[in-house]
Design a protein around this ligand. Structure first.
Ligand SMILES: [Ca+2]
Ligand SMILES: [Ca+2]
Ligand SMILES: [Ca+2]
Ligand SMILES: [Ca+2]
Length: 256
């Protein structure tokens, strides 16, 4: 009898664990560009290991909410507002450097959205930026040109196919009304750590687990380079300079 009781307890606990949802709630207002995107982070959650099942937030007027998430297996990834959000959403995925990856406006006959890797747009595992907007607010390059073709099929799940698909998002165009709350359901998405997109913050430029002369050389050869989230820019301030060199030097030998 006692054994049966224990079995029941264990079964109940496993059931509770299996159905528990890891929900991330937007804090204040998530930003709309890579530099201001909100880290999907939680006390007790491990970067790229603890799954996040849902993101909940609020959409204001002309709003864009961008979140930093980890995707370890592109084939397992999906993000959708279908059946979970009541208004005309759009979902966008970007690389950390701001270039467009995949987008959907209206999925499966609804006005809500779903993105996944069914169209093979994701270049691989890594840290990504997931953004939600209301229709019709869309990302543009520094010259104001769209990253996705505005005349493309709104029902399709599309890789960046606009005139400036090769450029990072610099701003958003289009005016939208406030819409209130939303829920994005996720699969194959994980929390990130405090470094977010700055994956080489430890000084391990080539991500081989050891900080050594290879990393030092990478920084030296990239010295003076500017851009978003360059691996050699271990401080992630947009430029490779002596601060990056110092960080690698101070961590030299770690993990080797
Ligand atoms: Ca926002
Ligand atoms: Ca839509
Ligand atoms: Ca290394
Ligand atoms: Ca730097």
């Amino acid at each position: 009898m006692q054994r049966l009781l224990w079995t029941l307890v264990v079964v109940n606990i496993s059931w509770a664990l299996a159905t528990a949802q890891n929900i991330y709630q937007e804090r204040d207002d998530a930003g709309d560009l890579p530099r201001t995107a909100q880290l999907v982070q939680s006390a007790g959650a491990q970067g790229c290991q603890t799954p996040v099942d849902q993101i909940q937030g609020t959409m204001g007027e002309n709003d864009v909410d961008m979140y930093v998430i980890c995707i370890t297996n592109p084939a397992a990834f999906s993000a959708t507002t279908v059946g979970a959000t009541g208004w005309d959403t759009q979902l966008w995925l970007f690389r950390c450097d701001g270039r467009g990856v995949v987008f959907n406006d209206d999925f499966g006959g609804s006005i809500q959205s779903r993105i996944d890797n069914s169209t093979n747009c994701l270049p691989g595992a890594g840290i990504y930026l997931l953004a939600i907007t209301r229709y019709n607010r869309f990302p543009v390059s520094a010259e104001g040109q769209p990253l996705w073709d505005p005349l493309g099929d709104p029902n399709a799940i599309r890789c960046a196919d606009g005139i400036r698909a090769d450029q990072p998002v610099a701003a958003w165009s289009g005016i939208t009304l406030a819409e209130g709350s939303y829920t994005i359901q996720l699969t194959g998405a994980f929390f990130v750590n405090e470094n977010g997109c700055c994956v080489t913050a430890s000084g391990d430029v080539n991500l081989d687990g050891c900080i050594d002369d290879t990393d030092l050389l990478r920084v030296l050869f990239a010295f003076g380079n500017e851009g978003n989230f360059l691996p050699e820019d271990v401080t992630c301030d947009g430029v490779v300079n002596d601060s990056d060199l110092l960080r690698v030097l101070f961590s030299f030998g770690q993990g080797c």
